[in-house]
Ligand binder design. Structure first.
Ligand code: SF4
Length: 377
């Protein structure tokens, strides 16, 4: 059982806060890229030693909804002709509200996409303008309504918080509008100012002011309470879902299950031995050359040993509400969790909740996640 990630590196324009590898491309370049993805899938099939049965497939980006339904269908057909798909395979596509039409959504659904993750970010037009998004709040609402009409019953929406100048009451109104759309899953993003983005430049020049860390914490707690009161489970540091509708693809990632990846800039994790991480460099020209020469476009980034695998396992498990399953840790690493990380556990203990052999971060622990987890690494 494994997963497949497909990276679509194209966007209609570059958002000023985003540091992902993404390109503004012509339709012709997108067409050529689909040819490369199909080659990459064939390469993976020819060179993988184990027959793969995919449990989840994820089109991420960038903006995968720049692909036409015919292109998505071609890619999914290539996958299903070369690999097995498990029954009920979760197939997600990330979509930008400014790029969606009713027929396209209906045809995505027919092609096999059964989960849509829509990058709404906000339903406040002032926020959307500040974020440089190509869609308005009304277009975001329409995208959700079109998706429901096209038959999508597993819909995830993104919400950004901690925006410059955003008060709790602005965020509260934004969340109310989001909840009116009854998403099945919500992903939160606290705005960060990444190096070499327009936003980080504006921060340096003083034309944008970052949200104070106290307000960040207040907003995070507020979102947790409101979403839980509305019936969502806060199952991962940044993710909420209706019961039973957690994102299976991300669950595989957090559990260190094998996830193959195709597409320029994509990263794979292979769980053989203690684990390997591979990356396809973010260079479209080289990606094309390597595939045309029938060479592996991916490069080995990291090979894990038992200790580095255990550290990563803890790092990922503590992102989730399920936390550390101590008997599972012992089975996997043949060591007791408490004896492997005694100092780290001592330092983070006030932020740990324990329950029947499990240890998970409290909400305050999640707020300090980057600092607390550094004790384990
Ligand atoms: S649409 Fe998404 S991936 Fe593309 S530039 Fe904006 S934030 Fe980045």
């Amino acid at each position: 059982m494994s997963s497949l990630y497909l990276h679509i590196p194209f966007c209609s324009s570059k958002c000023p806060y985003c540091d992902f590898y993404s390109l503004v491309a012509s339709q012709h370049q997108v067409d050529d890229y689909v040819d490369l993805l199909v080659r990459n899938i064939a390469y993976l099939h020819q060179h993988s030693s184990d027959p793969q049965a995919f449990r989840t497939i994820y089109f991420g980006g960038g903006t995968p909804s720049l692909l036409s339904s015919l292109q998505v269908e071609r890619i999914l057909t290539t996958i299903s002709q070369t690999f097995e798909l498990e029954d009920g395979c979760e197939i997600t596509l990330e979509a930008n509200p400014g790029t969606l039409a009713q027929t396209q959504l209906r045809d995505y659904r027919r092609a096999g996409i059964n989960r849509l993750s829509i990058g709404i970010q906000s339903l406040d037009d002032r926020n959307l303008r500040m974020l440089g998004r190509i869609h308005s709040a009304e277009e975001a609402r329409q995208a959700v309504s079109l998706a429901r009409r096209a038959g999508f019953d597993n819909l995830s929406l993104d919400l950004i918080f901690a925006l410059p100048g955003e008060t709790l009451s602005i965020l509260s109104a934004d969340l109310d509008k989001l909840l009116e759309l009854t998403p099945d899953h919500v992903s939160l993003y606290g705005l960060t100012f990444e190096e070499e983005t327009d936003f980080s430049e504006q921060l340096k020049q003083g034309t944008l002011i970052a949200c104070h860390e106290d307000l960040y914490a207040e907003q995070y707690r507020f979102l947790h309470e409101r979403l839980c009161d509305a019936g969502y489970e806060h199952y991962e540091i940044s993710n909420f879902s209706r019961p039973g509708l957690q994102c299976q693809h991300n669950q595989a990632y957090w559990k260190r299950k094998t996830c193959w990846a195709v597409g320029v800039g994509a990263h794979s994790f292979i769980s053989r031995n203690w684990g390997e991480r591979w990356a396809i460099p973010p260079d479209l020209k080289k990606y094309s050359e390597r595939l045309t020469n029938n060479e592996n476009p991916a490069r080995l980034l990291e090979t894990f040993d038992r200790l580095s695998a255990a550290k990563e396992w803890v790092y990922l498990a503590l992102r989730t509400a399920a936390g550390i399953d101590q008997p599972a840790f012992k089975r996997l690493f043949e060591q007791n969790f408490l004896e492997t990380f005694p100092d780290a556990i001592g330092k983070v203990r006030p932020y740990l909740a324990t329950d029947q052999g499990r240890m998970a971060f409290t909400l305050d622990g999640w707020l300090l996640y980057d600092y607390l987890i550094s004790h384990f690494l």
